[in-house]
Ligand binder design. Structure first.
Ligand code: GCO
Ligand code: MG
Length: 439
């Protein structure tokens, strides 16, 4: 008669997740691919995670439109060999292990690659569960996600007309940006001109670099007058937003925030560059204007101090730039405890897959604030069947399992990245004397 081996009681009940069990597990990751497509001319990167279960795959957004090729390399050369053979159910373990597998971690390239994998694993989990992701995240807190849309124009009347057009479509939140005559203004770009070629015909490189200069003081003079005009003409009910886009010296941003306070903005976005986070306590002492911040943040050390000290009102991170849904869910919960609401970044360089990820969080978190919208055109809708629907100033989910969105690879292949001498990188923004400034 044999006595039980005492060492057996110290054995784990289950093998660690990276070791195959004796029998075949139900499902394993079979492939991780980065798909490049630009149906509306914006360079998108989508990660497709395929599994050993026929027909079971997930999609994730890995779009870093200024450096897409670097993300593709990170996915194909590093994440793929890392993930193939693993159980796609182990999202948290895969995230943690992949995050530190480069030792030097974080940053937009690696985070976007990781997001592609992470969102795709959540998509797979939803499909395995037979539930839309918002259900896995705790269920709906609301019917749909209220959106803000972008109004812009060359002068105040044009911005007003554009805002009225959006209000007519049911938007109750409108971001308003006006061109500063003679300058390359963020969010209200007039056709670019300028650029020196020494008299020769402009090369594609020169065309890519053509930009008007930028003058922060001229911009700071015009924006309060824009909102004088908009409040006088549009009335009190519409919620107005504005994005400074980190383009002015910090003290000018504080002055601008104070001038805009009487216009009761829903939020003022990116008053400072991430490098100037230290200015937030000063801003907070000067004005109660609601602040939205964070699309450029890539590391928890960027945003945790601002949230815990209650220095911002809306967290605006770009989900794929912080690593995907796994970190974003934690961030949303952290924000809830400090009264900070979500306003996930949602321009055209978040793919429809990324917008679907935004939407599932928007529906499920109690501290949802607002969602930025982008109107994808027909070609993009054809590449991404199940693209979230925009109606009555809100984004609506379908009830399909997972993210609820698909990718038609044959359609996607019709739209390779447009030729560009800088492969999508931004040309510099310069002051009139040539000094490069933040974009
Ligand atoms: C926004 C953003 C974008 C970014 C763009 C960069 O608030 O929507 O500022 O317009 O500039 O996503 O690629
Ligand atoms: Mg912005």
């Amino acid at each position: 008669m044999s006595t039980p081996n005492p060492s057996s009681v110290t054995q784990p009940l289950l093998p660690p997740p990276w070791e195959p069990t004796g029998g075949e597990p139900p499902v394993r990751i079979a492939d991780v691919r980065a798909i490049q497509t630009a149906p509306d001319g914006i360079r998108l990167v989508i990660v497709k995670v395929e599994t050993t279960q026929p027909g079971l795959y997930g999609l994730g957004c890995a779009t870093f439109t200024q450096r897409p090729l670097a993300v593709v390399t990170a996915v194909e050369q590093y994440l793929k060999p890392f993930a193939v053979g693993r159980d796609p159910n182990d999202i948290e373990d895969l995230f943690q292990a992949a995050y530190v597998s480069s030792y030097w971690r974080s940053g937009p390239v690696l985070n976007n690659a990781l997001s592609g994998l992470d969102m795709a694993l959540w998509d797979i989990k939803g499909k395995l569960a037979g539930m839309p992701l918002y259900q896995l995240f705790g269920g709906r807190c609301r019917t749909s996600a209220a959106l803000y849309a972008h109004a812009s124009g060359e002068d105040f009347a044009a911005v007003e007309a554009d805002a009225r057009r959006l209000m007519g479509q049911g938007f109750r939140h409108v971001r308003c940006q006006v061109a500063v005559p003679g300058y390359a203004t963020y969010g209200a770009q007039i056709a670019p001109k300028g650029g020196e070629t020494g008299g020769a015909a402009p090369t594609p490189y020169h065309l890519a670099l053509r930009q008007d200069p930028w003058d922060p003081a001229a911009y700071c003079r015009i924006v309060p007058k824009l909102f004088d005009h908009l409040r006088a003409t549009l009335g009190e009910e519409v919620e107005l937003l504005h994005d400074i886009h980190e383009r002015v010296p910090p003290i000018l941003a504080i002055d601008l925030a104070k001038r805009l306070e009487p216009h009761r903005l829903f939020f003022l976005e990116d008053p400072f560059a991430p490098e100037d986070n230290g200015y937030f306590p000063l801003l907070r002492q000067q004005t109660a204007i609601p602040i939205a911040m964070g699309e450029l943040y890539v590391n928890q050390n960027d945003y945790v101090p601002l949230i815990k000290d209650r220095l911002i009102d809306f967290i605006r991170v770009h989900l794929s730039d912080i690593g995907g849904l796994t970190p974003a869910r934690k961030l949303a919960a952290f924000c809830e405890f400090f009264g900070v609401r979500t306003a996930w970044h949602g321009p055209g360089d978040v793919s429809p897959v990324g917008h679907a990820a935004n939407l599932h969080l928007d529906l499920a978190v109690p501290n949802f604030g607002i969602q930025e919208s982008h109107f994808f055109k027909e070609r993009t809708q054809a590449v991404f069947p199940g693209c979230p629907e925009i109606r009555d100033g809100a984004m609506w989910s379908n009830e399909r399992p997972g993210l609820g969105i698909d990718l038609d690879e044959a359609e996607a292949a019709k739209y390779p990245y447009p030729d560009h001498p800088l492969n999508g990188a931004w040309p510099p923004v310069r002051q009139p004397d040539g000094t490069v400034v933040r974009p």
